[in-house]
Design a protein around this ligand. Structure first.
Ligand code: SF4
Length: 212
């Protein structure tokens, strides 16, 4: 199955998606830390508990990364009730699986809530829009919430036909990479932290890679 993280990796860099599909990524990330902090606070636990959860769940736990994330984390009450945490949505037909951080309710409707780190000045990052699009395709949600953990802001994404089309296009591209096509690099600031940078430098681009 293709995971949500493979699809969001494609948005960062198609080649990173290739590596994450075919090899394990051993790095404990700020996103991992933020997730445990958010879920602990929502349940009424403290930062120490979040750290214990992260240590128990991640064999690659890195205290420095956890500390950095906890210093930037902003917790605000969002005024929505928790329905469920860690909900797995799956489509056998599309061969896609995603974990939704939280399902929340405003008393009338339920929404998937996804965590993200820094917020853009306005609107929603494309990768977060795509998360909402995939939840829309798999489970019929027409709106998702994004909690930007480093500003404590909650923003909404309405899932339009256009967003679903873009999400499906990305799923198709990731499926091609899963078959073994090596895609092009998309160099960015992320390359500095990429766990696959040495191998990436050594692998040349091919004519076919330009089309992924
Ligand atoms: S080093 Fe940069 S270009 Fe290469 S896979 Fe990582 S993010 Fe992509």
């Amino acid at each position: 199955m293709i995971k949500l993280s493979h699809i969001t990796s494609y948005i960062t860099c198609p080649r990173l998606c290739y590596y994450r599909l075919h090899f394990e990524d051993e790095v404990f990330t700020e996103m991992n830390a933020v997730r445990e902090i958010y879920l602990s606070f929502r349940r009424g636990f403290d930062l120490k508990w979040a750290e214990e959860r992260a240590k128990a769940l991640y064999s690659n736990f890195d205290y420095e990364v956890f500390k950095k994330a906890s210093e930037k984390f902003v917790y605000r009450e969002i005024g929505l009730k928790t329905v469920e945490w860690d909900t797995v949505l799956k489509s056998e037909r599309l061969e896609v699986v995603m974990t939704v951080d939280e399902i929340v309710s405003d008393g009338q409707r339920e929404f998937p809530l996804f965590l993200s780190l820094n917020s853009p000045e306005e609107g929603i990052w494309f990768k977060d829009v795509i998360k909402a699009g995939i939840a829309g395709i798999i489970a019929g949600y027409d709106e998702s919430k994004i909690y930007y953990a480093y500003s404590g802001e909650l923003r909404d994404v309405e899932v339009s036909y256009g967003i679903k089309r873009k999400a499906l296009k990305l799923i198709e591209r990731v499926k091609m990479i899963k078959k073994g096509f090596l895609p092009e690099r998309r160099e960015s600031e992320y390359c500095k932290f990429c766990s696959f940078k040495e191998d990436c430098k050594a692998k040349p681009e091919t004519f076919a890679s330009k089309f992924l």
